[in-house]
Write a protein that binds this ligand. Structure first.
Ligand code: NAP
Length: 493
């Protein structure tokens, strides 16, 4: 990674690129521990300037009154610029997050797809003519909120940035994007492309910096009328409290501890590949990671034994190596938190079937590596089985029958996703109704479609993203009554 590829020490504030006036942050390559760059974050004053700029730009008739098909052109242009720069965006994101190039290329492609999907929604959105009960015509329309605060996590920066900016812009708003402090580089690179797209100045600001400073200032700013947040459940709760004080809408995409279920009759090859992909891809740093594995007791030993054999063979290495399957954790501090969870599991009485350590070898000494780990021997209510670890750590649990499975699978505060592996589709369908989760995959896992709503149940979230109604979450509804009776209203006469 050469210096020239990285974005300079500038934030996008109200249409201008300049050094943030907040605290500096060191951005480190997690594969090597090497300092990539030092960036100044935004200050609360920068947030204020950005909010005013976005509010002005969103209210300007040049944006506010732009016909949908013309507004959609900006989104298409941003998508084209992402595609044209996909290789660079992928390289930056791999340096910033440690992820494999295969994954970061896919994330860039997904971000471009999100802008295109939001453009399609914008061009095809319809307002409703509702049944009238008198001498008037009623139409319900949707208008922008104004300024949207978008707070993103570190685990898939460009994809989550796009999932916030694209619908917010399509809905007619301005956006203040705060990337995670550990991974600001891809968001800043995306900000450059947004500038290059010719989008009206000030409409989008990219404000790196600490959540407790910049994120907090965004959520509390009087001009911010909606917050879209993706991150941990505890932070989400803090953001929701601040939004509640202002009585503004907030959408929350939060954590998970998703169950993956293997029934007796599952296609074992498919299930093994799906379970391993579900937990070990992205090094387990995925909200929808299938981090709790439930296997029918009749096949438990055999299935888990084979899973452990295959997990031992996974190739751990830097994201720049095309052969790598498990890349480093995003940050050394996060790797240490994951390692601490495995220590806790040992204290709770877990058997460490494989992994449970930093890999040995000179190539691993400087990076934030951790071996893919499989645990068992814990009850479903152990902390290791209840709390989100957000790393390559899988806990395996046997189940006796459907009742036992449903009870254990639903016994966490989370409700994000679930995977079911079986040849009996009727049984899978029935089970899927009983699992408390916003998404259930049957004989597949971690697949996403922009046109399919994504929702977190319980403490995994509030509100939905994607799908036909996506833009509505970034708009305010307005009902218009148009009188058609030439006679005065009877009361006044
Ligand atoms: P996090 O610690 O909750 O941080 C998320 C974002 O919130 C970061 O930008 C953070 O800034 C900011 N923040 C922190 N304190 C804040 C405050 N008081 N006010 C406003 N913003 C604040 O989460 P993370 O560790 O970055 O990401 C991992 C979590 O995200 C996991 O729990 C994962 O499950 C969840 N996630 C959920 C989904 C989903 O769709 N459901 C998708 C991806 C990730 P700093 O970086 O400075 O702390």
């Amino acid at each position: 990674m050469t210096e020239t590829v990285l974005p300079p020490d500038e934030a996008l504030i109200a249409g201008r690129w300049r050094t943030g006036s907040g605290a500096p942050t060191e951005v480190v390559d997690p594969a090597t521990g090497r300092l990539l760059t030092t960036l100044h974050g935004a200050s609360p004053e920068d947030v204020d300037a950005a909010a005013r700029g976005a509010s002005r730009a969103a209210a300007d008739p040049a944006w506010r009154d732009l016909a949908p098909h013309l507004r959609a052109r900006y989104l298409h242009r941003i998508a084209e610029l992402i595609d044209a720069n996909a290789d660079r965006l992928s390289a930056i994101q791999t340096a910033d997050t440690g992820k494999t190039r295969t994954e970061t290329r896919a994330l860039a492609a997904s971000a471009a797809g999100t802008f295109r999907y939001a453009a399609a929604l914008l061009e095809t959105a319809e307002d409703a003519l509702t049944p009238s009960r008198g001498a008037y015509v009623t139409v319900t329309t949707h208008e922008p909120i104004g300024v949207v605060g978008a707070i993103a996590p570190w685990n898939s920066p460009i994809a989550s940035d796009a999932q916030k900016i694209a619908p917010a812009l399509a809905a007619g708003n301005g956006v203040l994007l705060k990337p995670a402090d550990w991974t600001p580089l891809t968001s800043l690179a995306l900000g450059r492309l947004i500038t290059d797209s010719g989008l009206p100045e000030g409409l989008v600001s990219v404000l790196p910096g600490r959540g407790s400073v910049v994120g907090d200032a965004i959520v509390k700013h009087p001009l911010v009328g909606k917050v879209t947040f993706t991150g941990g459940t505890n932070t989400g709760r803090t953001v929701a409290h601040a939004a509640a004080e202002k009585l503004i809408p907030v959408s929350l995409e939060l954590g998970g501890k998703s169950p993956t279920v293997v029934l007796e009759d599952a296609d074992v090859e498919q299930a093994l590949a799906g379970v391993m992909y579900g937990i070990f891809s992205s090094s387990g740093q995925s909200c929808i990671a299938g981090s709790r594995l439930f296997v029918a007791r009749a096949i438990y030993d055999e299935f888990v034994g084979e899973l452990v054999e295959r997990t031992r063979k996974l190739r751990v290495g830097p994201g720049t190596d095309a052969a790598t399957q498990v890349a480093p954790m995003v940050h050394h501090r996060h790797r240490d938190q994951v390692a601490a969870y495995v220590d806790l599991a040992r204290e709770e009485g877990a058997r460490v079937l494989c992994g449970g350590a930093v890999p040995e070898g000179e190539q691993y000494t400087e990076g934030a590596y951790y071996l893919p780990t499989v645990l068992d021997g814990l009850p479903a209510d152990a902390r290791t089985c209840q709390e989100e670890i957000f790393g390559p750590v899988l806990v395996c649990l046997p189940f006796d029958d459907e009742e036992d499975l449903v009870r254990q699978a639903n016994s966490t505060v989370y409700g994000l996703a679930c995977g079911i592996w079986t040849r009996d589709l009727a049984r899978a369908w029935r089970l899927a109704q009983r699992i408390e989760a916003g998404t259930v995959w049957i004989n597949t896992y971690k697949q996403f479609s922009s046109s399919t709503p994504f929702t977190g149940w319980k403490e995994s979230g509030l509100g939905s993203e994607k799908g036909r109604d996506w833009l509505r979450g970034y708009q305010r509804q307005k009902s218009l009554y148009l009188g058609t009776d030439p006679a005065p209203l009877p009361w006044a006469s």
